[in-house]
Design a protein around this ligand. Sequence first.
Ligand code: NAP
Length: 231
Amino acid sequence: MRQLFISGGSSGLGLRLTVDSLRDEAHVTATYQSRPDALFFLQKQYSALHPVATELAHPSPTQDWPDVIDAAILCAGSIRNQLMLKETSDDFATHLNTHLGGTMKLCQALYPRLCKGKNPHLVIVSSRSAYEGNIGQAAYSASRAGMVGLAKTLAREWAEVGIKVNIIFPGWMKTRQTLAMPSSIRADYDARNVLGHVNTLGEISRFIRFLITTQNISGQIFNLDSRINTN
Ligand SMILES: NC(=O)c1ccc[n+]([C@@H]2O[C@H](COP(=O)([O-])OP(=O)(O)OC[C@H]3O[C@@H](n4cnc5c(N)ncnc54)[C@H](OP(=O)(O)O)[C@@H]3O)[C@@H](O)[C@H]2O)c1
């Protein structure tokens, strides 16, 4: 049975990946920050699920983390909304420290476990705002861009031990993070999508679960959004 580590497993994409992976008969260690209810409910049905509390700002491995991990999928994160001219250095630094610094620390903690894994994969969920930017999301976009640089560097550094590292831009998903946005913004995202509708959590989950079975793909960005860049 494959041993998966899914950060942000308590909500949105991470939760969907957790459920689908358990149905695929994987063992799943899924992290939560503040809302473990969905994971503990799911655990009643799947004994192969291990929920663990993890704060991204200082993700220390606990005895609940498995010694061997075949694939780690990093979904944990939150958006920070603030116009750049109103942003404070402290808040900007805190967001970067949590999301980019925390992802780096998480990767360091995962490395020895992935080294022992079979066909090991690390998948980092970033955002197309890393390349496109987003009004009011300077800190978020900067941290997501940093994740791209981090992942591409890890793909080079960890290739010698066989760890594949890839990046996902999931596109706009209907999750807790985005459903709170004004409907005009959501309608604009739909309108700019060539298919006229956004991707589904199920399809993104299926793509990632396929990616972690591949043998020869590393250092790549997969943009799963059908908005076409104009530059
Ligand atoms: N939704 C979108 O349209 C979209 C688009 C592009 C990229 N993304 C990225 O895709 C990923 C998943 O998004 P989502 O929409 O599925 O998000 P979501 O439903 O809001 O779930 C976020 C997950 O991250 C955890 N989390 C948040 N802040 C954390 C922290 N400081 N420390 C530890 N865990 C933390 C949450 O834990 P608790 O719930 O337990 O607190 C939750 O499990 C995120 O990284 C997001 O930025 C999302």
